[in-house]
Ligand binder design. Structure first.
Ligand SMILES: [Zn+2]
Length: 288
């Protein structure tokens, strides 16, 4: 029995064969699925799915890459949604600096703005760094508000972090001891994994552990304590080998768990037992 801890079941990718997707998950031993909201609307859909299906649970939040489109007040609607007993955490929230305005602008103009951005010499460069600052602070504000909401509601958080490691940890620091986070789709080093595990957070692994170029993260998954991580797919993204490039689905959680079991030279059953217990505790699944 496995728990798929990070799926986006509300995405249109699953609209045509939703029941088959659920059936294949059950057949693969993936008996519970946590679906993750990425905007207020997506969170609303996640709760709706969780209320209709006893084996689906909802996490509600606004993804950092939606920061610019997000409504001014996302907290009021999220707080209201959290009244549903099917809501088990806040997220995914965090920071994502992978598509900073300066980088996009540099790509569009085909100029090397990025390389010189720090010097800020030309007007364009100064403009780009102002835009980056605004973009980052909007993300930081949304992240902070959602962490506060999680503390208020006594819930844990699902963290999305990309190219923003230090800032993410910095913003979470004041909440240490008040909430726990799972750094989902973990792709960092063993050192970084230990940094968050030492603060009583968790990590979770996706199909990246099956990739040819995923050796480093596979090693991390093999080395950290068995009770400190969970498994997920982040579907519809990141389908594991041999489905790479295709639409991913919750059934593939089993492949992620099998790959980690192989890397640790233990049985799938053992990985399933530990990751399930970790997920049950972290998300308090038995109370939802
Ligand atoms: Zn996600």
């Amino acid at each position: 029995m496995l728990v798929e801890t990070h799926a986006h079941l509300d995405y249109p990718d699953f609209a045509n064969d939703f029941d088959d997707v659920l059936r294949r998950a059950t057949e693969a031993g993936v008996t519970r699925i946590i679906t993750i909201g990425t905007s207020v609307e997506s969170s609303w859909r996640a709760v709706d799915l969780a209320e209709k299906h006893p084996n689906i649970f909802a996490v509600i939040g606004v993804h950092p890459t939606y920061a610019e489109e997000a409504e001014e007040d996302v907290i009021t609607p999220l707080r209201k949604l959290a009244n549903s007993p099917r809501v088990i955490a806040i997220g995914e929230t965090g920071l994502d600096y992978h598509h900073l305005p300066s980088v996009s602008a540099a790509k569009e103009n085909k100029v090397q703005v990025f390389a010189r951005a720090l010097q800020g010499e030309t007007e364009e460069e100064i403009e780009a760094s102002i835009q980056d600052g605004a973009y980052k602070s909007r993300q930081a504000s949304l992240f902070q508000q959602q962490l506060d909401l999680a503390v208020e509601l006594g819930l844990n958080v699902v963290i999305h972090q990309r190219d923003a490691w230090d800032d993410t940890l910095e913003i979470m620091k004041p909440h240490t001891g008040k909430l726990r986070g799972v750094f989902h789709c973990f792709g960092g080093t063993l050192e970084q994994a230990n940094e968050v595990l030492d603060r009583d957070h968790l990590v979770s692994f996706t199909g990246i552990v099956t990739f040819k170029n995923g050796a480093a993260v596979r090693q991390v998954a093999a080395q950290i304590p068995l009770w400190k991580f969970m498994v997920e797919t982040d579907c519809p993204y990141l389908a594991p080998v041999p489905f790479r490039g295709k639409r991913c689905e919750p059934a593939h959680t089993r492949i992620v768990a099998e790959t980690i079991a192989n890397a640790r030279c233990i049985s799938l059953q053992e990985v399933a037992d530990f990751t399930t217990e970790t997920a049950e505790k972290f998300f308090r699944l038995n109370r939802a």
